[in-house]
Design a protein around this ligand. Sequence first.
Ligand SMILES: Nc1nc2c(ncn2[C@@H]2O[C@H](COP(=O)(O)OP(=O)(O)O)[C@@H](O)[C@H]2O)c(=O)[nH]1
Ligand SMILES: [Mg+2]
Length: 197
Amino acid sequence: MVIKTVDLETVVGVTTKKLPRTGQPEIAFAGRSNVGKSSLINALMNRKNYARVSEVPGKTQTINFYHINNEFYLVDLPGYGYAKVKINFRSSWGPMIEGYFNDTPTLKAIFLLLDIRRKPSEDDMMMYNWIRSAGFRPIVIATKSDKLNKTELRKADSRLRADLGADETLTIIPFSAKSKAGRDDIYALMDEILAEK
Ligand SMILES: Nc1nc2c(ncn2[C@@H]2O[C@H](COP(=O)(O)OP(=O)(O)O)[C@@H](O)[C@H]2O)c(=O)[nH]1
Ligand SMILES: [Mg+2]
């Protein structure tokens, strides 16, 4: 994966009824506010602050389509579950996201970001189940891996799997936006996904 060009092409509000039909492969990123989604997308795009790393979590209530190399899109879904933002994700814009998962032929994969140190929340579990019910192989990016040492990393992998009720076949990639650990694994997976017909 070589990122040549990046272009924030479309920004839509979460209350939108219609998402764009891009006509090109899309890879979406979901996760709770503050999980490190913007940091991951910046790292993947090789940009310092293109997907804004938010100082105030929960503020990003838009869906951003980043056009990469004029070939495919990274889709930054709004963060959910920030307690101070009194928006009920399930009843408000959750169904729109679920609709996007179920009704977008060009959507090739959904990466679910989970903080490597935390137990998945109810909203995380719901997102995980939506991803699976829509027929996608779930892919978990376990963020902020720099916060753990090697032993803790291994334990975190088993714990996450158990919490999700998943077996060894679930792909979990530990990632650090600080050290960029895991980035090459994610690029390789993206190459694989984009090569699939
Ligand atoms: N230590 C560490 N901190 C991170 C990492 N990724 C994000 N953060 C921090 O976590 C906070 C939220 O990050 P952000 O990317 O804005 O999360 P978002 O709300 O999911 O988009 C910021 O203070 C980041 O600096 C990481 O890999 N390691
Ligand atoms: Mg963000």
